[in-house]
Design a protein. Structure first.
Length: 450
């Protein structure tokens, strides 16, 4: 008989869940720091003789992270059902730590670019795996807020990068900042080893008793494996069936827009603001205000998404980022600029974080992890295009307005794709507590009558 989550004390999280959120929050912090440190140090990297970078090469190196993340996300989508999200997390943390080590001691642009490529490979596996792992270990009615809480760590890590840069650069070598991304994972890895495997994965590989024990500890409804072919065609086949293909393609387009904004703006915002006449310290503090907006926004938006659905929150985030970018192009007073940076952080970076929760809420549990991984893999084309677009516009546009407008258009397109995702008529699966399509609901009801 399936077990429903307890209703008593529903506002109090089990201790195991709090531990899960703390550890995954730390991992997300590492991811945010490793991503944002490039943009925070880019003005100094361009002036480091041993690296010999120009803006074009810097844009290419920024895109290499996106290339690595494309490969990593595709790898996660292909093997997550085979090896399990916990083991993937451990391996991917080790990979991006090695990449940060290479970047720390690189003395040529080529070596530095290779390090960033390896960082991207590890981060590409981490992001979809971490989101799917937290979703698997969260009660359905708390899934969006738990993902938002966990990904607030991403914002804190990314916030730390420009703050450290503003405090230390250029007097201290950029290499010390990259070394932080090597040391902290040594603390995180032993903690991840202590976490359990996803109960859905355990049932998939026939370890149902162990899965049931974990579900009890985390106060979860019993998971149910309805699709034994979830790994077919590396997890891609079920996503491109007639029923799911329109949703899948729109999620790919939405992730393309979201990741183009994340990578394009995080890589070039300090340089764009310097080109607008601000000092390096001011530009980095403005970037920090943006990441603070991400932190506040994703925490506040999680409960709203659980209550009203993530679609409306994602659309609002994209539109907020678009409007903020247009207003920033008008060269507002400094205090208003910092406020717009704060708001826009929720818009053009928080939108992608919330889009991940949106994707996880739409797909069936057996397609959830591979669906997010493949959306992020295809979306990495946007991560590759973002830094290159920023470099091109900064080099060729008259003034910095072109950068704001080009990214604002992408934000508008992201909102449009989120609106167009088909609405799926669903009900709560009495077995697993997740949203299930109407066709599967009818099958379950007919089975229960028999």
């Amino acid at each position: 008989m399936s077990r429903a989550p307890s209703s008593s004390g529903s506002d109090r999280l089990p201790g195991a869940t709090r531990t899960l959120l703390c550890v995954t929050w730390l991992v997300a912090t590492l991811e945010g720091f490793d991503l944002a440190i490039y943009g925070a140090t880019l003005p100094v990297l361009l002036q480091t003789p041993s690296l010999g970078m120009d803006r074009s090469e810097a844009g290419t190196i920024g895109s290499l992270v996106g290339v690595g993340m494309l490969i990593g996300a595709a790898l996660a989508g292909a093997i997550i059902h085979r090896v399990g999200p916990r083991r993937l997390l451990i391996g991917s943390i080790a990979v991006f730590t090695v990449g940060m080590l290479v970047s720390t001691f690189a003395y040529s642009a080529e070596a530095f670019g290779f390090g960033r490529l390896v960082v991207g490979l590890g981060l590409g596996v981490v992001l979809p795996t971490l989101n799917a792992y937290v979703a698997d270990l969260s009660a359905p009615q708390r899934r969006s807020r738990h993902i938002g809480l966990m990904m607030s760590g991403y914002a804190i890590g990314a916030l730390a990068a420009p703050l450290l840069g503003a405090a230390l650069l250029p007097e201290v070598s950029f290499r010390w900042l990259y070394l932080i991304g090597v040391v902290i994972p040594l603390v995180a890895l032993p903690l991840v080893f202590r976490l359990p495997e996803s109960p859905f994965h355990l049932r998939l590989i026939g370890r149902g008793a162990e899965a049931a024990e974990i579900e009890t500890r985390y106060d979860l409804p019993s998971s149910h494996v309805a699709n034994e072919q979830a790994g077919r065609l590396f997890g891609l086949g079920p996503l491109l069936t007639r029923r799911l293909a329109p949703t899948t393609l729109l999620f790919w387009a939405m992730s393309f827009c979201g990741l183009l904004l994340v990578f394009g703006i995080s890589a070039w915002l300090p340089s764009i603001m310097q080109a607008a006449g601000y000092s390096l310290g001011s530009a980095l503090l403005q970037t920090a205000a943006m990441w603070l907006g991400v932190f506040v926004g994703v925490i506040a938006a999680g409960p709203v998404a659980d209550r009203f659905g993530p679609r409306i929150v994602v659309v609002t985030a994209f539109l907020t980022g678009t409007v903020s970018l247009v207003l920033m192009s008008l060269q507002p007073p400094t205090f208003l600029l910092f406020l717009l940076m704060f708001v826009s952080g929720f818009g053009f970076i928080g939108s992608q974080i919330l889009a991940n929760a949106y994707i996880l809420s739409v797909y069936d549990p057996e397609n959830r992890s591979s669906g997010l991984a493949w959306a992020l893999s295809v979306g990495r084309l946007g991560a590759i295009a973002g830094p290159t677009l920023g470099a091109f516009v900064l080099d060729h546009a008259n003034g910095v307005d072109g950068n704001f407008y080009s990214f604002a258009i992408v934000g508008l397109l992201g909102a449009l794709t989120a609106v167009l995702v088909p609405r799926r008529e669903s009900r709560i699966d009495p077995v697993q507590g997740d949203a299930m399509p109407a066709t599967r609901l009818a099958d379950a009801q007919n089975h229960s009558r028999r």
